[in-house]
Design a protein around this ligand. Structure first.
Ligand SMILES: *[C@@H]1O[C@H](CO)[C@@H](O)[C@H](O)[C@H]1NC(C)=O
Ligand SMILES: *[C@@H]1O[C@H](CO)[C@@H](O)[C@H](O)[C@H]1NC(C)=O
Ligand SMILES: *[C@@H]1O[C@H](CO)[C@@H](O)[C@H](O)[C@H]1NC(C)=O
Ligand SMILES: *[C@@H]1O[C@H](CO)[C@@H](O)[C@H](O)[C@H]1NC(C)=O
Ligand SMILES: *[C@@H]1O[C@H](CO)[C@@H](O)[C@H](O)[C@H]1NC(C)=O
Ligand SMILES: *[C@@H]1O[C@H](CO)[C@@H](O)[C@H](O)[C@H]1NC(C)=O
Length: 312
């Protein structure tokens, strides 16, 4: 009983603290991504917004390089049509801090070139006071839920992402992965594969040794245990160019574990998958493998447009 009282007092104290400090929360738009044309389109800032609670007095920090980006506050109509003709204001010097001084909806876009059309746009709702909305910092117990199937990269699929590894970081950001959840990797057969690797291999992009390799799309990978998972590709340079995904599996999804916890059978025979051929070696990746890598290097903007077209 005494313990419970102490616990309740602690919770109240923390809540009071959070509400007091909520008077001036600083929101760095896009976090480490900053303010730019996001790889994968507007989903990046939509995802970011979902994780925030905006209250009058909070500050938005738009991190961008002067001359490469700008930020304009615009009307809802201008936001929807990416019309930068008559903005409420335009700021061309980054980084830019903006205080949200009234409740309501705020719309921001980048006015340079096709930046807004490509997803450099942000819509937020600002409420008058902190209210009872739970702070993201507050330790909320994971609500019980059944196993979730995640499509890695959503419509982008599993490939060398235009813009680099930020694409899969953005995708994984804010998602909760629980034991029993399934990752689905969609890719074109013969142009990609999925390699499960150690953290060291992931960090160094050395796929000489892998835990498993799957070459037939779609790969359905069941997250069977709590812990960190690292995925990349054995194709030459794909990892270095950003085809890599790291996730944390935190707990069991629900009381009812999935009846089938089978992970897919590796495409090649199991013994060869444990020690797959050297990624850069002449025999390991099919001849097509270097083509996508070169295309990304040479025509990244074209691919970005294609990727965005696919996303929408
Ligand atoms: C953009 O907005 C301005 C007014 O702010 C309007 O005059 C113009 O017609 C709009 N352009 C388009 C293409 O809708
Ligand atoms: C913008 O806000 C950040 C975070 O509070 C602060 O570090 C920075 O000095 C501010 N910049 C300006 C120009 O006020
Ligand atoms: C703001 O909240 C209102 C009411 O919940 C909703 O209708 C509106 O779409 C929201 N606007 C934005 C920009 O999220
Ligand atoms: C890659 O890792 C293997 C062991 O898995 C190691 O033998 C090899 O030296 C590493 N290659 C490089 C370039 O670090
Ligand atoms: C990949 O190959 C498998 C087996 O040949 C086939 O069932 C699957 O539909 C193919 N996937 C794609 C995306 O082409
Ligand atoms: C997993 O969570 C731990 C603890 O919060 C953290 O140190 C680690 O970087 C996370 N790993 C990944 C892949 O996100």
């Amino acid at each position: 009983m005494a313990k419970m009282c102490v616990a309740i007092a602690a919770v109240l104290a923390v809540t009071a603290l959070l509400q007091t400090s909520a008077a001036q929360t600083v929101h760095v738009v896009g976090d480490s991504l900053g303010w730019l044309v996001p790889p994968g389109g507007p989903i990046a800032y939509e995802t970011w917004v979902d994780l925030q609670t905006f209250v009058v007095g909070d500050v938005l920090v738009f991190n961008f390089i002067t001359g490469e980006q700008d930020v304009a506050r615009v009307t809802k109509e201008a936001f929807n049509s990416c019309n930068s003709t008559n903005p409420i204001f335009l700021e061309t010097t980054g980084p830019f801090n903006y205080t949200l001084d009234a409740a309501g909806e705020y719309y921001f876009i980048g006015t340079m070139d096709r930046h807004c059309y490509l997803g450099q746009k942000l819509a937020i709702n600002v409420s008058a006071s902190a209210g009872p909305t739970p702070s993201p910092q507050a330790p909320t117990p994971t609500p019980p839920r059944g196993p979730v199937t995640y499509i890695v990269g959503d419509a982008l699929g599993w490939l060398v992402p235009p813009g680099g590894s930020i694409a899969y970081k953005t995708w994984a950001y804010g998602k909760t992965f629980l034991v029993g959840d399934v990752l689905v990797f969609n890719f074109a057969n013969g142009t990609q594969d999925v390699a499960v690797v150690t953290e060291e291999a992931y960090d160094s992009c050395n796929t000489t040794t892998t835990i498993a390799v799957y070459a037939t799309s779609p790969v359905k990978y069941t997250l069977a245990t709590v812990g960190e998972y690292f995925f990349t590709s054995t194709y030459s340079r794909h990892c270095n160019l950003g085809q890599k995904l790291a996730i944390n599996v935190t707990a069991s999804s629900s009381a009812t574990p999935p009846s089938t916890t089978t992970t897919p059978t590796p495409s090649s025979n199991p013994s060869s998958s444990v020690t797959s051929p050297v990624a850069g070696g002449p025999s390991a990746p099919p001849p097509q493998s270097s083509a996508p890598a070169r295309a990304v290097l040479g025509f990244s903007s074209t691919l970005l447009l294609i990727a965005l077209a696919v996303v929408h």
